[in-house]
Design a protein around this ligand. Structure first.
Ligand SMILES: Nc1nc2c(c(=O)[nH]1)N[C@H]1C(S)=C(S)[C@@H](COP(=O)(O)O)O[C@H]1N2
Ligand SMILES: [Mo]
Length: 328
């Protein structure tokens, strides 16, 4: 079967530098032994054979259910998991409309397979990768996380994914890399919200590299035992549970390693309201509302918001010595 004989993930579909092509050539020729030399050469040049060689399975391998083992370190036994219907019908995904109910309908037009992610900037392995080559299906795990939107609603979701750190490790950030920037898919033909000037499109987010490498930072491909619904960011999104939800960018198309802090959509749109760090902090109010309390989807009464959304023990050290009012 062609998909099994593709080169290992180290070879991007469209490798960015000729050096890489040369370095990978021997391996490619070996793994493509059943193809003619001509087809192999076409693959190296990114021709039709390359696409066939790396052709992902569509629909994806786990389109009805993802058998990901639950990671016992992230269970939240004292929290009630948010109902699937609530988490998948009340969404923020401005590209697909500004109303909470709009993405559940409009995002269905998004084609999520095949899916490639461009990787560039300060990495040893830049390229355009098929999602299956970046995220190892055998290493998916389930984690239950609290998720807190800056608008003061929240939920508890069983995500499925891999730590972003495992993907970044494969890409090998260069020593000068200190930040990671992410870009979402953009297609104005199917995205009514992206025709409005509410944000600078495509949607952009970013993390400091140590935040990105933190074991809590998840690259999610599923939730509630299934692949991500399109309105929740299919086929791949970020989940950064100690930060406001807008950091958890959906439908990732580009990952860029940088030496300087990247511009991000919400921070650019309203820098006094949405900081780059956006750590959940009940002591720093949004200029237009309090962040002391939050409402869980499906519940009536508000509850106190926890520092770092309940993950202070794990992440507070990342910010030691920083003034969290200034770097909000
Ligand atoms: N591309 C993109 N990603 C996005 C958003 C968006 O508008 N576009 N909204 C963010 C916000 S504000 C929140 S709260 C979460 C919502 O995720 P959910 O719809 O899965 O609950 O997605 C974040 N990721
Ligand atoms: Mo949000």
């Amino acid at each position: 079967m062609l998909i099994r004989t593709r080169p290992d993930w180290w070879l991007p579909i469209g490798a960015a530098t000729p050096e890489q092509l040369v370095a990978n050539r021997r391996h490619v020729l070996k793994t493509m032994g059943h193809l003619t030399a001509g087809a192999a050469a076409a693959a190296l040049l990114g021709g039709p054979a390359a696409l066939a060689q790396a052709a992902p399975q569509c629909p994806p391998r786990f389109h009805d259910g993802i058998p990901a083992p639950r990671n016992p370190a992230y269970l939240l036994p004292d929290e009630r998991t948010t109902a699937f219907d609530a988490a998948t019908r009340y969404n923020n995904y401005y590209e697909f409309g500004l109303e909470k109910e709009a993405p559940a309908e409009n995002a269905q037009a998004l084609e999520t397979c095949p899916w490639t992610i461009a990787v560039d900037g300060l990495v040893e392995r830049p390229g355009v990768y098929d999602i299956d080559s970046l995220i190892d299906a055998d290493r998916l795990e389930e984690r239950v996380y609290r998720f807190r939107c800056v608008e003061a609603w929240s939920m508890v979701v069983p995500w499925i994914g891999v730590p972003l750190a495992t993907v970044l490790a494969k890409l090998r950030p260069k020593p000068a890399a200190r930040y990671v920037a992410f870009e979402s898919h953009l297609d104005r033909r199917i995205m009514p919200g992206a025709r409005l000037p509410v944000l600078a499109w495509p949607y952009r987010e970013g993390l400091r590299l140590d935040e990105a490498m933190h074991p809590l930072t998840l690259l999610a491909v599923g939730m509630y035992g299934k692949p991500l619904p399109k309105q929740n960011g299919a086929p791949v999104r970020l989940v950064v549970p100690w930060k406001y939800g807008f950091k958890s960018i959906k439908a990732i198309r580009r990952i860029t390693l940088l030496s300087r802090q990247p511009a991000t959509s919400w921070n650019t749109a309203a820098p006094h309201e949405y900081g780059f760090y956006a750590n959940v902090n009940p002591d720093v109010d949004h200029p237009r509302w309090s962040q002391k309390r939050e409402r869980r989807l499906g519940e009536i009464f508000r509850r106190p918001t926890l520092p770092f959304n309940g993950y202070a023990k794990e992440v507070a050290a990342l910010y030691s010595g920083m003034d969290l009012r200034r770097f909000f």
